[in-house]
Structure formats: C-alpha cells, structure tokens
Design a protein around this ligand. Structure first.
Ligand code: PLP
Length: 437
C-alpha cells in the first residue's frame, strides 16, 4: 500500500471514459474536483479510515462519503448485517420487520412521534415541505442562504454544498413560480426572520433550516437561534422543519437536537434524516408530530411513496450502524475530530496562514483567509478559496483525502485510529506551507 500518490493514470483514464458517458464524468457535481482542479480519484475500495484508488494509492478519508460512514468503511458487523439481508433478497415491495426496527430506533432517539422512510435526503426534505404545506394550507417556505437541503426545486435558491462550490445562486430548470414560493434569509439573523414573519407570517407553511449548517462550511447556530426559530414558527402557525440529514446520528446519538433542543426544551414539528441512518446505503427519513404525520398517505391525503423506500438491505445497514453507534463511538469520533481540527489550525498558524476554524461537535471546517467568525453565507463567500485549493492538493499528495471544496465539512469516523490520525498530522506542515504560497 503506497501512501503517497505520485501519479493517477488509472483515475485519469476512468475520468476520461466517464466524461464520455456521464455529464462531467460524475454522478454528483462536487466529485468532479471542479473547485480544486486535478484528477478526481476513482476509488476502488474502503476499509476503516482508508480509501484506495484504482491506481493503488491509499488515503486517509476525511470525507466519509459526506457523512454517512460514522463507523468507517466496511465495518465488519455492518457488512455482516448487509450480507445476511442480501442473501434473503434485495427488495420485496412489501413491509418488512427491519423497517419497523429502524423506524423505532429513530423515533427512540429523537423527539418525533412517527417517521416515514425514503431513499435520499432530497426526498426527505421534499416530502417534509409537501406535508407542511398540506398541513397548514399555506405555500411559502423560508430557508437560509448557504443551507443545502438537497436538490428540491423550491430549496435550491442560494443553497450551499455543490452550488456554493460552483458559485451558482440558483439553477436553470427551476420554474420562477417555485422560486417565488421560497423566502431566503441570512443565517443567524433574527431581525431578518422577524421581518419575514411580520410581512408574510400568515402565508408561511414552514421554515426549514439545517439544524447546524455544514453545507457552507461549518457555521453553527448562535446560542438560542434554533429555539428562537421554533418559537417564531409556532407564534405564526408555521411548522419548524429541522433538517438533520447531515447532523442526525453524527454529532450525537440524537443528532443536533440531542445537544440543542433536548437541552433548551424545544422540539421541531418535522425533522429530516439521511446519511448515517443508511449506513452507506440509500436510506433517509422524515418524521414529526403525530397530528402532522397523520396527514400522510395512506392515513391522510398528502401523497408520498417510493418503490425502494425502506429497502431491506439499506435498512439492515442503517439499523446495524445505529445500534453500533454507542457513546464510545461518539467519544472516539469527537476525540479524533478535535485532534485533527486543532492540529490543522496549529499548522496553519505556524505557517502564517490566516484562517478560521469552526466546529460543531465532531463536524468541522477551516475557512482560509483573514475572516471574522463565520456566522452566515455572505461571510463564508469571502474565504480564500485559492488557499484551500493549495492546501487540499498538498494533503492529497500526502495521502489525505479532504472534501474537494472549501464549502464542505470535514468528517471523521470511529475507525480513524492512531495510524490514520498520524498520517494526517504528518501531512499538515507541508500543506500549510503550500497554503501560505
Ligand atoms: N439536507 C442536508 C442538510 C444535506 O447535507 C443533504 C446532502 O448533503 C441533503 C439534505 C440531501 O441529501 P441527499 O444528498 O441524500 O439527497
């Protein structure tokens, strides 16, 4: 296993071939390395904290599939659960016992009464919005600039993640009528929220927010912000939708709510989940108050369905992952995240590179440049993307796979052991020097 990739002819050949058959050569834009340049690595396998590309180069993975791999790649007990499930068939289109167990696990860890399983985070937020509109009989949706909720038409305005990476504020293909139903506000800005509700309060179906944003880099809510959002929604008869697709079951066993609402005493009306709860398979969910969820088909009139929803293999992977994710897993993940984030910041300081480290539990990111603390998307957009790019490539050359975008959170897993962490620490000084340019 070579640690330092000198060359990637295999990845380059596959990328060339991929571009002939798939737009941009990838099935999700950020994978194309558009923001950092160079050859996207085509991965052949993952084990624990490590990814190996088609050229045989190995990398410490700080992307973790953009969050899902809380336990690392190919965790033996998850693989065993998946293998057992696959041997019994891959999809029946009927109810199964594993779906019920996964739903119970999710309901047991969160304040929601009922949950519906779907296949992607996008489906979860799309369905939650439909349900909120059906429940309230209103159309408007409030979201925050820099928050990404998947590629739902009405939620793509000023979204983070890939749109931030590619510098697009909205996308062709979204009807003006869909965009007109969305009010976009600056994050962490109470006055803007108050003003929007004062003007449109009786027409707002819901406010959706990332429970703690990670799609414009990590920009945590200021203390009490989520409680404020819950309260203003309730005051105006709107639903508060907390999107925990990224934070759910990652920042704690009860997600962001476990360290926020559970402490402050508020609950969202609807929540969305994905990533960790699918254990690396396409599984996601939305859920909430029983009177709201009662409107969902077949109990109520709001339609929602899915051929592969609650898929037996995906739910087996998710259930195994959640059951394995005990307090010791979160302690280990928090510990590794603290070490890597602090050491990265120290190396940059040592090299004289101005930056801002921001974290929320075990999720963190570094904004390069001379910035104030980043509390909203407008500030995140003033970061020095070129500095990040130089740092990214030096880390990649040293066998560390960072998110190929300055606007993404870095993720670690409980499989990031001392050897993996050491490889990251060893790579830092040269990468920090590269970023100093
Ligand atoms: N919501 C949040 C907070 C996300 O981070 C994402 C994906 O990154 C989504 C929704 C969409 O999930 P998916 O990519 O599974 O459609």
């Amino acid at each position: 296993m070579s640690a330092v990739p000198a060359d990637v002819p295999g990845s380059q050949a596959w990328f060339d071939r991929a571009r002939g058959v798939t737009p941009g050569g990838v099935n999700s834009p950020v994978r194309a390395f558009a923001a950092v340049g160079g050859t996207p690595r085509f991965m052949a396998s993952g084990a624990g904290a490590w990814l190996t590309d088609v050229d045989g180069n190995s990398y410490v993975d700080l992307v973790c599939s953009w969050g899902p791999m809380l336990l690392g790649h190919a965790h033996p007990e998850v693989i065993e659960a998946v293998t057992r499930a696959i041997a019994r068939g891959t999809s029946y289109g009927t109810p199964t016992t594993t779906e019920v167990e996964l739903a119970a696990e999710i309901v047991g860890r969160t304040p929601i009464d009922k949950v519906r399983l779907v296949s992607s985070g996008t489906e979860a937020t799309m369905s939650a919005i439909r349900l909120a509109r059906g429940f309230t009989g209103r159309d408007l949706v409030v979201k925050f600039a820099g928050c990404y909720h998947g590629h739902v038409d009405s939620l793509l305005a000023s979204a983070g993640s890939g749109l931030a990476t590619l510098g697009v504020s909205s996308t062709p293909g979204v009807p003006a009528s869909a965009a007109a139903q969305t009010i976009v506000l600056p994050y962490n800005d109470r006055a803007a929220v108050e003003a929007a509700f004062a003007e449109h309060g009786d027409a707002i179906a819901c406010l959706i927010t990332e429970a703690s944003p990670g799609n414009m880099g990590v920009v945590p809510p200021e203390p009490g912000f989520n409680a404020f959002l819950a309260e203003i929604c309730h005051r105006h008869g709107a639903l508060f939708v907390s999107d925990e697709v990224m934070t759910g079951f990652r920042v704690s066993r009860s997600g962001q709510w476990g360290t926020d609402g559970a402490v402050e005493g508020w609950t969202p009306d609807l929540m969305t989940f994905g990533k960790v709860m699918g254990g690396g398979f396409p599984a996601a969910a939305f859920g909430g108050r029983s009177d709201v969820m009662a409107l969902l088909s077949p109990e109520g009139p709001v339609y929602q369905a899915g051929t592969l929803s609650g898929n037996p293999v995906a739910t087996a992977a998710g259930l195994a992952t959640l059951r394995l994710a005990d307090e010791s897993v979160y302690a280990q993940v928090d510990d590794v995240a603290a070490t890597i984030s602090k050491e990265s910041s120290a190396a940059l300081t040592e090299a004289g590179v101005p930056h801002v480290l921001q974290s929320n539990g075990n999720m963190f990111s570094i904004f390069f440049g001379d910035l104030p603390p980043v509390r909203d998307y407008a500030t995140a957009q003033t970061q020095d993307v070129a500095g990040f790019k130089a740092f990214f490539h030096a880390m990649l050359d040293a066998g560390v796979y960072l998110p190929p975008s300055a606007y993404e959170a870095w993720f670690v897993s409980s499989a990031h052991d001392d050897r993996a962490v050491q490889q990251v620490l060893d790579a830092l000084p040269a990468a920090a020097t590269a970023a100093a340019r």
